[in-house]
Design a protein around this ligand. Structure first.
Ligand SMILES: C[S@@+](CC[C@H](N)C(=O)[O-])C[C@H]1O[C@@H](n2cnc3c(N)ncnc32)[C@H](O)[C@@H]1O
Length: 295
């Protein structure tokens, strides 16, 4: 179904049980062509369960899709984050994939300034995950090493948000055979975190278990197969957050959809999605990429 109005094309793809015969889930994916600031203003308040996105990085990809200068980044993004705050459900989560650019030999501070600005808007900066890119290309620079990680900043509207931790458990692995075999006295009682996170652990309760909760470091390869968009993230990345923060049938939003990775991930996990992309060629590409999974 295609609807048009003055600034956007809404392509709605509705699917039933083509990919998940077990659940027979009917999933909706809205792929919207337009500037996300305009489109977000039309979305109802509190209507989205998870936002996962990778906005254009400051200036970096100017030749490809128009970057924003590092000094203007906070001003530009904060008008968007204000709308994101409005559309997110009170128990929802916003995951922002971002990394500061090097300007004149220094890391620019726009990411840090953005966090401070967003806190003023009312966001809670709940957590920071690291995406460690395990297949980063070799390289040498005179004053720094290869950059093989990016930030995934987690923001919430309130402390009590939906989180389904069991959905992202990982095999306990060799840890169970080595470290858990030789427990110290500290390991056997609640040991409060030294970084003041408010968490405590009693390691001994994990003895004999097969699955553990992951850390906040996500080790994933970068996407190298998608030739039609220069800044694609691996599907594994949004999938991980979709499993952690939503249930089937929930709504996932990516306001900078690019090639459609978040919508494909949501679709394959039986979540509804809204994707917004300003460039016609990427909007088309996103629809093609979603369609690949629906036939
Ligand atoms: C870093 S890319 C996202 C890539 C995406 N995660 C993927 O896996 O393909 C950012 C995208 O945001 C789009 N974009 C830039 N400004 C936008 C705006 N104001 N509204 C909507 N999309 C925008 C760009 O055209 C680009 O495709």
């Amino acid at each position: 179904m295609t609807k048009r109005n003055k600034f956007m094309t809404v392509q709605t793809i509705e699917k039933t049980d083509l990919f998940n015969p077990k659940t027979k889930a009917k999933v909706k994916a809205d792929v919207i062509l337009g500037d996300c600031l305009d489109v977000l203003k039309k979305l109802p308040a509190n209507s989205v369960d998870l936002i996962v996105t990778s906005p254009p990085y400051a200036d970096q990809r100017k030749s490809t899709y128009g970057g924003i200068g590092p000094d203007k980044y906070v001003e530009w993004f904060s008008s968007i984050s204000e709308e994101l705050l409005r559309v997110l459900h009170p128990k929802g989560t916003f995951v922002l994939n971002i990394k500061e650019k090097v300007v004149n030999g220094e890391r620019h501070t726009y990411v840090m300034e953005l966090v401070i600005e967003m806190r003023k808007q009312g966001w809670l900066w709940t957590e920071e995950f690291i995406w460690h890119k395990k297949n980063c290309f070799p390289g040498k620079w005179p004053n720094r090493f290869r950059d093989s990680w990016e930030r995934l900043l987690q923001f919430n509207k309130q402390k009590d948000f939906n989180m389904y931790q069991d959905e992202v458990r990982v095999p306990m692995g060799d840890w169970a055979k080595t470290r858990l075999k030789n427990l110290s006295e500290t390991d056997k009682r609640r040991d409060n975190s030294k970084v003041g996170s408010g968490f405590g652990k009693n390691v001994s309760k994990w003895v004999g278990r097969d699955l553990a909760y992951p850390t906040n470091v996500l080790v994933m390869a970068t996407e190298s197969s998608n030739k039609n968009h220069s800044a694609v993230f691996p599907r594994e990345l949004p999938s991980w957050f979709i499993k952690l923060f939503t249930k089937p049938g929930d709504v996932v939003l990516d306001p900078f959809l690019g090639s459609g990775t978040t919508s494909v991930a949501a679709f394959l996990l039986d979540r509804n999605s809204i994707g917004i992309e300003v460039k016609e060629e990427y909007h088309k590409l996103a629809i093609e990429n979603i369609n690949k999974h629906t036939t």
